[in-house]
Design a protein around this ligand. Structure first.
Ligand SMILES: [Zn+2]
Length: 447
């Protein structure tokens, strides 16, 4: 046993973590300037990057890789095209309505969009473009893959001729997680994308979720091991929580992508539906969720307040990390700073563990801690009056906490079994290389 361990210890390859900036560049910019957002890779939306130039330049100056998401997948979806994505430049091609296959089926029209994307990428000094791919589970159109493959090849040519030969292309496969688990689908897509001019392959797995689901995790890991025959780094997009950590620890992917407290899961099941009008009687504003350190899940502000008010609550729920000097009260008032730290720190910590020790590390440390903490939290007894005052249904909250505890236990058992099956030195995704041209070892930010 010892000889293997010594041999494996020598290899510690960094985990790639891509942070989706979304519309929060102002708050992100402040956190970044204060050294509270130690990132190496950032994703900007085509609909928003023009208003975020200052932040892009600040990141670029420090060697952070800038990735452009063209948002054509959302623009082709009935449920999505009227959201912020309609501000992506190429959305103006459609007066009203989705940017559907008709804009890509016609060679001239497709070439125009692709050239537009290439020029835009060069203009905005990005390092990488996510190839303009679509949701392959689209119920209205089942030929996206043919179109998307052509778009990818055309994009390489367009980037080269528009002065963007240094800009890399990554290829997102957007599909139901159950489809990714199908042998015939994988065989087909692996064959067809194998020779594309791309660096990394990304996945957006609709329905995967961030919850600790044992069977789902084992199945997607098996599929990801199969995708590794592409011999390219693999990135799981829209994932966080214990699911994301499991995929990384078990070498299914080389990296992950998500926002800060946003875009930690992906669900395209309703993309073909017309979105319902918002009920104007309901109060506006979204619920703010706060990650609970080491628990592997988030709670709403009010749920956190209720549980923290119980005897022993502050001890189990209060953040003791660098982001919060004053535990629960800082979690509530400095929730963005707390969320940023909690999103990045666990991945950075795992990144420092030698590759072949990561499975064991994940089971013995983050999962075990989460299991113990979940047990303590489910046993808290806050007063019903406090819960009622905050509008929190106590029974339902306690039930969810109990379920979370039980799920972690099963998740841990399943992964321990998988760890035994894989043995020492199991197959792992290859590491992702940094691509920012201004990145040098001396300039690279510490942390
Ligand atoms: Zn904190």
């Amino acid at each position: 046993m010892t000889s293997n361990v010594i041999e494996f210890k020598s290899m510690t390859r960094p985990i790639a973590q891509f942070i989706r900036v979304d519309g929060a560049h102002g708050r992100f910019g402040d956190l970044y300037a204060a050294g509270r957002l130690p990132i190496d890779r950032a994703i900007f939306d085509a609909s928003r990057i023009s208003n975020q130039k200052e932040f892009v330049e600040a990141l670029k100056h420090d060697g952070v890789e800038i990735v452009l998401d063209t948002e054509v997948a959302e623009l082709a979806a009935l449920a999505k095209y009227q959201t912020h994505v309609k501000k992506a430049p190429w959305a103006e091609l459609t007066a009203e309505g989705v940017l559907d296959s008709s804009y890509f089926n016609d060679n001239q029209s497709q070439a125009n969009i692709i050239r537009w994307i290439a020029k835009f990428a060069v203009q905005h000094h990005v390092d990488t473009v996510l190839s303009p791919t679509h949701f392959l589970g689209d119920r209205k159109f089942d030929k996206w893959l043919d179109i998307d493959l052509r778009s990818c090849i055309a994009l390489r040519k367009a980037l080269d001729s528009e002065g963007g030969s240094h800009i890399a292309i990554d290829y997102p496969i957007i599909h139901l997680h159950t489809a990714l688990n199908r042998d015939d689908f994988r065989k087909d897509i692996i064959e067809r994308i194998a020779d594309l001019p791309i660096d990394n392959v990304w996945f957006r797995a609709s329905g995967l979720g961030s919850e600790p689901k044992p069977q789902t995790a084992k199945q997607i890991l098996a599929s990801l091991y199969d995708f590794q025959q592409l011999k390219k780094p693999l990135i799981m997009d829209h994932t966080d929580g214990l699911m994301a950590q499991a995929l990384l620890a078990f070498g299914g992917v080389s990296g992950i992508a998500h926002g800060i407290g946003e875009r930690g899961t992906f669900n395209a099941a309703s993309w073909h539906k017309i979105p319902q009008e918002r009920d104007t009687n309901k109060p506006f504003g979204r619920t703010i969720y706060i990650p609970i350190p080491r628990l592997g899940r988030r709670l709403s502000k009010k749920e956190l307040q209720v549980l923290a008010s119980a005897k022993g609550g502050k001890k189990h729920l209060g953040c003791q990390d660098l982001c919060c000097q004053h535990g629960v009260s800082d979690m509530l008032t400095e929730s963005r700073q707390h969320a940023a730290f909690q999103a990045i720190a666990p991945i950075q910590k795992m990144s420092k563990i030698p590759d072949f020790n990561r499975e064991n590390y994940f089971i013995e440390q983050p999962l075990r801690q989460a299991e113990q903490l979940a047990r303590n939290i489910k046993d808290l007894n806050p007063s019903k009056v406090d819960a009622d005052n905050l509008g929190v249904k106590l029974e339902s909250l306690k039930k969810r906490m109990t379920e979370h505890h039980s799920k972690i236990g099963k998740f841990s058992d399943a992964l321990s079994l998988l760890h035994d099956e894989r043995g020492a030195g199991g197959q792992r995704a290859i590491a992702c290389s940094p691509r920012n041209l201004s990145l040098t070892n001396t300039k690279k930010r510490g942390g």
